[in-house]
Design a protein around this ligand. Sequence first.
Ligand SMILES: Cc1cc2nc3c(=O)[nH]c(=O)nc-3n(C[C@H](O)[C@H](O)[C@H](O)COP(=O)(O)OP(=O)(O)OC[C@H]3O[C@@H](n4cnc5c(N)ncnc54)[C@H](O)[C@@H]3O)c2cc1C
Ligand code: FES
Length: 333
Amino acid sequence: MAGECTVQQMKLRGNFCHLTLKMPLGFPEPVPGQFIMVSCCPSSDGYLPHSADSPDARFQRFAMGPVNERTTLPRPMSIFDYSRPAKRERGLLTLVFKTLGRGTLQLSQVRPGDQLRFLGPLGNGFDYQGWRRTLLVAGGVGFSGINMIARRLREAGNEPLVALGVNTRAQSPVQLSLTEVPSVYRWALPHTTEPLKLVVSHLFEEFIPSIVTSLYPGDEGAFCGTTCDLVEKLLGANPSYAGDLTLVACGPRPMLAALTAIARHSHVKRYLVMLEERMACGLGTCLGCAVQTREGVLPFEEDGPQEGPTTFKRVCTDGPIFNGYRIIWERLC
Ligand SMILES: Cc1cc2nc3c(=O)[nH]c(=O)nc-3n(C[C@H](O)[C@H](O)[C@H](O)COP(=O)(O)OP(=O)(O)OC[C@H]3O[C@@H](n4cnc5c(N)ncnc54)[C@H](O)[C@@H]3O)c2cc1C
Ligand code: FES
């Protein structure tokens, strides 16, 4: 669906933004793992969504340059959460993003009442039927891609374990507090990993029970190291559960590539990655988001031969969720 949505709320913490959008009636219920393309800029034909400001004031507010620089392509953003209070009401969709460059800077300056252009929901999303033990790994702002699947699994009574990687607690958008490990996580935290504590992360007002990994040794309660170090440690201490495990990862490409080697070495049953390529159309026509994958007739989730023919897949329409074992990481990192 393409259309306009209304900014309901915008919260900032450091360079992280939590944006709540009121979607139009008829917006389809998104599947966890899907995304939208969103922009506050005029379209290529000069159409500018409604705002209380005059167009000139608005161009100034979004720090846009001369006329030919005013159009910025919509940016892909994972659907952090979605709720619709009643059938006849408009749904509320939440995005969480980090201000990086031009597009996210403009989006970080929207105000309640602004209209944004959007396209979506897009992408394949997760099919989580049949998952049993689930380990969700997020590097940095990658947590916005796994939040919705974590919620849906939790609602289905299948509590996932979340590993959240931050550089340091100070740079993190989440506030951390230590807690006892609830029994639902015992499968993942055996005696051999006793020093690990579960941390309740407060992301704005959202709660994400997770093990937090930090590169800074002084971050109390956090596992000191990378998310890959943590996954290696968990799998090393529990070799038996890899055969029944769904490992899902979202974050920087080097992290996803390193996790592939760990998952393969430990024989993890299902290894899924959420890819974040730069996008232009979001509809599968420009081929700007293509990634090289290993071709095969194997079921979607299985590991396959590491040699043989390859093919290109579009992250916007074939993904963003892929079998991590099939991605040719050397071409991406
Ligand atoms: C399916 C999908 C879901 C996404 N979900 C989120 C999300 O929930 N939260 C979030 O913060 N971001 C998300 N992203 C990434 C987000 O779209 C980019 O951060 C954004 O496009 C950067 O736009 P910009 O205009 O700020 O940066 P630009 O000005 O376009 O670029 C700034 C810098 O960032 C680099 N860059 C831009 N896009 C990417 C990218 N996709 N991967 C790596 N480097 C990039 C550029 O090379 C440049 O160095 C997602 C991307 C995809 C494809
Ligand atoms: S963004 Fe155009 S094909 Fe994917």
